[in-house]
Design a binder for this molecule. Structure first.
Ligand code: KG4
Ligand code: ZN
Length: 349
C-alpha cells in the first residue's frame, strides 16, 4: 500500500499525479500543455519544450500534491519518465524527481513513457482503475511519437509486436494538418472536419500492404500520397507550400475524412493480423493521444464486438501525455520492488 507521485516531462506536456495503490485511485492529475508555444511552428520545438518544462515543473508537482491533499513526506515513491522522449525535456523531470527524492529521502522509479501509454488503458474517467481487463490482451498505442502493437501478459509484462517503420499516426495527422493550413496539433481538427464530411473515403489513399500477413505500421507514404494529391489539385506548390485560396473548406473536409478512414483501416488491419497470430486474446486496448479520436475508438469497438472481444480505451485526460499513467505504472513497479537508484538518467541519449 503506497502513495506514488508520478512525473511526466518527456515532450511538450508537464504532468504530475498522485496514485494510491490501496484505493487503486488517481488522487490528482495536473497538467500544463505547451501547445500554444509550438502551434506557430507546426510541431514541437525541443528547445522551447525543455525551457517551458523547467518553468512549470515545480508548479505542476506542487499542485498535484495539494490536490491530492498530501505533502511530499506522505509520498512513498517518486515515479518519473526517463525514456523515450526529448532529452532536454526528460532531463527536467528526472533532475527534479532526483532532487526531491534526495531531499525528502524517498525512493525513485524510472518509467518508460511507452509503458505508461500501454497501461494508461486501465485508467477510467472517475480516476479509478478498470479491474476487468483480462490478460493476455492486445494493446495498440498511437500518438505523436509512436504507433505500436503490444502483447500484454500482465502488469509490466509486455512485448512489442511491431512499431511504425517511419512516422507515427499522430505525426501524420499533425503534418497533414500543416499541409492543409489547419494548425497544430492536427488530430482534433482532422477529426472535427472528417465528422462534418461524414467519414466518407473521398480519395481512397493507399493503405500499407502487409506482405505475408506481417505486422507493420507506416505513415510516411500516406503523407506523400496526400501531398501529391494536393499538388495535382493545384492546392500545393512543392517550392512555396500550400496555395491558400485553393485549400477550400470542402477540400480540407474531404482530405481529413479520407485520411481518418485510411488510418482506422490500417489500425484494424494490423489488429486483425495480430489476433490471428496470437489466438486466445480476449481484449483489445487502445492508448496514446490518437485514442482521443472517437471515430477510431468507435470503429475498434465495433470491430471487437463482432469478434466477441472486449475493448477498452481511457478518457482523453489519460490518452495524451499525463502524470497519471506514470504514477499508475509506478504503483505496480513499487509493489514488484523495481526501484531505480539516484544515478537514474535519460535512457535514450
Ligand atoms: O500522447 P500524446 O499527447 O504525445 C505523444 O506522446 O506524442 O499525443 C499527441 C498526438 C498528436 O500527434 C495529436 O495530433 C494526436 O495525439 N491527437 C489526436 C487527437 N487528439 C490528439 N489524433 C487523432 N484524433 C484526435 N482527436
Ligand atoms: Zn506520449
Amino acid at each position: 500500500m503506497a502513495l506514488i507521485l508520478g512525473i511526466e516531462t518527456s515532450c511538450d506536456e508537464t504532468g504530475a499525479a498522485v496514485f494510491d495503490t490501496a484505493a487503486q485511485k488517481i488522487l490528482s492529475n495536473t497538467l500544463f500543455s505547451q501547445i500554444q508555444y509550438h502551434e506557430k511552428y507546426g510541431g514541437v520545438v525541443p528547445e522551447i519544450a525543455s525551457r517551458s518544462q523547467l518553468e512549470r515543473i515545480d508548479i505542476i508537482v506542487t499542485e498535484a500534491l495539494e490536490q491530492a491533499g498530501v505533502t511530499v513526506n506522505d509520498i512513498d515513491t517518486i515515479a518519473v519518465t526517463n525514456t523515450p522522449g526529448l532529452a532536454g525535456s526528460l532531463l527536467v523531470g528526472i533532475c527534479f524527481a532526483k532532487g526531491l527524492a534526495w531531499a525528502a529521502n524517498k525512493k525513485i522509479i524510472g518509467i518508460n513513457h511507452l509503458e505508461g501509454h500501454v497501461f494508461s488503458t486501465f485508467l477510467k474517467a472517475d480516476n479509478s482503475v478498470e479491474q476487468s481487463i483480462p490478460f493476455p490482451h492486445l494493446t495498440i498505442t498511437a500518438s505523436g511519437g509512436h504507433t505500436a502493437l503490444y502483447l500484454v501478459e500482465g502488469f509490466g509484462d509486455y512485448v512489442q509486436l511491431c512499431n511504425t517503420l517511419d512516422d507515427a499516426a499522430g505525426e501524420a495527422f499533425d503534418k497533414i494538418s500543416h499541409l492543409l493550413n489547419l494548425g497544430y496539433p492536427g488530430g482534433p481538427v482532422i477529426e472535427k472536419l472528417a465528422r462534418e464530411a461524414n467519414f466518407v473515403d473521398f480519395f481512397e489513399y493507399p493503405r500499407t500492404k502487409n506482405k505475408n500477413s506481417e505486422l507493420m505500421f507506416s505513415f510516411s507514404g500516406l503523407k506523400t500520397a496526400i501531398l501529391y494529391n494536393l499538388v495535382k489539385q493545384g492546392a500545393y506548390d512543392l517550392q512555396t507550400g500550400p496555395i491558400k485560396e485553393k485549400i477550400t473548406p470542402e477540400l480540407q473536409r474531404q482530405v481529413a475524412s479520407s485520411l481518418l478512414v485510411c488510418v482506422a483501416d490500417i489500425f484494424e488491419k494490423n489488429i486483425k493480423i495480430a489476433l490471428q497470430q496470437y489466438p486466445g486474446l480476449q481484449a483489445v486496448t487502445f492508448g496514446g493521444g490518437v485514442a482521443c479520436n472517437k471515430y477510431i475508438t468507435q470503429r475498434l469497438t465495433t470491430f471487437c464486438q463482432r469478434r466477441k472481444l472486449s475493448f477498452f480505451s481511457p478518457p482523453p485526460k489519460f490518452c495524451t501525455d499525463n502524470g497519471g499513467m506514470i504514477a499508475f505504472v509506478g504503483g505496480y513497479k513499487y509493489e514488484q520492488g523495481l526501484f531505480s537508484d539516484l544515478h537514474l538518467d535519460v535512457h535514450n541519449r
